[in-house]
Design a protein around this ligand. Structure first.
Ligand code: THU
Length: 143
């Protein structure tokens, strides 16, 4: 699957996501996931899902990816690609859409099953960092 228009090297992200997927720890679901993203400074970060006997504590691949992002210098994401165990494009779960929203660069593209998507398409009318800033500003104005 190749995207259109944005000039992003999707093949590189796809192969990095597939490699990350092979690192998944999935003894409970048997459903490995790998994710890769391009950072504004040119780095590529990746993650895999890491399950837990207490199932609700499972870490999604996107969670692992944002940990990798922060631990390797931070920054914002320009492009994101996620795959399932067959190497097919996988859309992030709801919680992970919020994780990605926190760290997305303006104009970030996500690969979907039918091509590139914007963050706004994937998480419309999102709650995010700007809402927190506005709340803090309002509180300070009220003092
Ligand atoms: N999973 C992810 O890693 N990312 C997603 O966006 C969807 C779900 C993982 C969590 C769990 O280990 C497995 O897929 C089945 O839900």
């Amino acid at each position: 699957m190749t995207g259109t228009g944005s000039g992003i090297d999707w093949q590189r992200l796809e192969s990095t996501a597939r490699a990350a997927m092979t690192r998944a720890y999935v003894p409970y679901s048997g459903f490995p996931v790998g994710a890769a993203a391009l950072v504004e400074d040119g780095r590529v970060v990746a993650g895999c899902n890491i399950e837990n006997a207490s199932l609700g504590l499972t870490l999604c691949a996107e969670c692992s990816l944002v940990s990798n992002l922060q631990m390797t210098g931070g920054g914002r994401l320009l492009a994101f690609y996620c795959v399932d165990g067959n190497g097919q494009v996988l859309m992030p779960c709801g919680r992970c859409r919020q994780l990605l929203f926190e760290f997305h660069a303006p104009g970030m593209r996500l690969m979907g099953p039918e091509g590139e998507l914007t963050m706004e398409q994937v998480l419309p009318q999102a709650f995010g960092p700007a809402d927190m800033t506005e709340m803090t500003d309002r509180t300070e104005r009220g003092r």
